[in-house]
Ligand binder design. Structure first.
Ligand code: FAD
Length: 242
């Protein structure tokens, strides 16, 4: 498996001010933010930004957030899951308002990116769907570059209500896998299984797996079990590694 991370290509550039233009509750535990970032360079689908918060006493905290927007969107869209004891996510998800200023640095990541032309499969768990949404928005906006079926998606969550961008993913044709309820398409409740993935496996495909460490490990293992070369699986982990 090949890991994501902070492989920077090209450089993430300087810290830039970002003005919050839109805030919305995407799911009960996540908040969407759309930011205006003057002077930013276009990202590639799958890349992320670092958001830095600075307290009045000068203390700073920064965390990575994947970009959900397509590269040609005028605003930079992030989606933040509020962790109850999370230093940065709880602030971004509970306190940030339209008009606030944040600092961001990016885009970052040269490995977990896809904008065609090769065949790709994106498999995201929970907020791990965020970089896949940037990929699907790119694919949807550029049918001349990305023929139908070139990007296939699977999105997993506990319930439909807790899946960020669930309606958009379903409209694109993503397979929804819900662990606690049947999906609208009739898939019974349950975690991702080999039978969910086997229909996505094909030659000359790169697999983009994103989510918690446990999700990434499980899905990567299933793919390899189905005969996928480990080198064809690119992994981005959101949660703590330990
Ligand atoms: C490349 C990359 C892209 C990311 N993209 C996103 C994104 O699009 N949306 C998003 O919401 N998050 C994303 N993350 C995770 C994000 O960077 C933070 O780790 C997360 O918001 C928690 O930060 P915090 O300061 O709130 O929590 P912290 O104060 O750092 O940690 C609080 C507690 O939560 C645990 N924890 C930390 N991170 C997670 C996590 N992700 N899941 C579960 N438990 C955790 C810690 O171990 C600790 O116990 C991404 C991470 C990486 C590396």
């Amino acid at each position: 498996m090949t890991e994501g991370g902070d492989a920077v290509r090209p450089g993430p550039g300087p810290w830039r001010p970002a003005t919050v233009r839109e805030v919305w509750r995407a799911t009960p535990s996540t908040v969407g933010l759309r930011l205006e970032v003057p002077g930013r360079v276009p990202h590639r689908p799958g890349q992320h930004y670092v958001v830095r918060l600075t307290a009045e006493d000068g203390y700073t905290a920064s965390r990575s957030y994947s970009v959900a927007s397509a590269p040609d969107d005028a605003l930079l869209e992030l989606l933040v899951e509020r962790l109850p004891d999370g230093e940065v996510s709880s602030y971004l998800a509970e306190a940030v308002e339209v008009g606030d200023e944040l600092e961001v640095r990016g885009p970052i990541g040269g490995w977990f990116v896809w904008d065609g032309p090769g065949r790709a499969v994106g498999i995201g768990g929970g907020t791990g769907v965020v970089p896949l949404v940037a990929m699907l928005r790119w694919a949807r906006g550029h049918p001349e570059l990305v023929p139908p079926g070139r990007l296939q998606l699977l999105a997993a969550a506990r319930t439909a209500e807790s899946l960020p961008y669930g309606a958009e993913l379903a409209a694109y044709g993503a397979r929804l896998v819900l662990s606690r309820e049947a999906s609208a398409a009739g898939r019974p409740a349950g975690r991702v299984q080999a039978e969910d993935l086997v229909r996505l496996v094909a030659p000359d495909t790169t697999y983009y797996v994103c989510g918690s460490a446990a999700f990434a490990e499980r899905v990567s293992g299933l793919l390899v079990g189905l005969g996928v070369e480990a080198s064809a699986v690119r992994v981005e982990r959101f949660g703590p590694s330990g």
